[in-house]
Design a protein around this ligand. Structure first.
Ligand SMILES: [Zn+2]
Length: 74
């Protein structure tokens, strides 16, 4: 599978990534999410079953396994 960015010769490679979910309320980070990474530009595409799993995780689980205190930019 080739990269969708025009002119980029990178290809997708299967990997696991740390995925962040931006929504109302707490900022959510999910580790070891199966995805495809573009070998050159580094962009990530989640596998479709991973997207469904994340959606069910967010519905079912109230509390994450661990919490990470955020850094302040300033
Ligand atoms: Zn690319």
């Amino acid at each position: 599978m080739n990269c969708s960015i025009e002119g980029c010769p990178g290809e997708f490679e299967a990997a696991t990534i740390m995925h962040t979910v931006l929504r109302k309320g707490p900022f959510i980070v999910i580790d070891h999410v199966p995805a495809y990474i573009r070998s050159l530009c580094g962009d990530a595409l989640l596998k479709s079953d991973a997207v469904r799993k994340i959606e069910s995780l967010l519905l079912e689980k109230d509390q994450p396994a661990t919490t990470v205190p955020p850094f302040e930019f300033t």
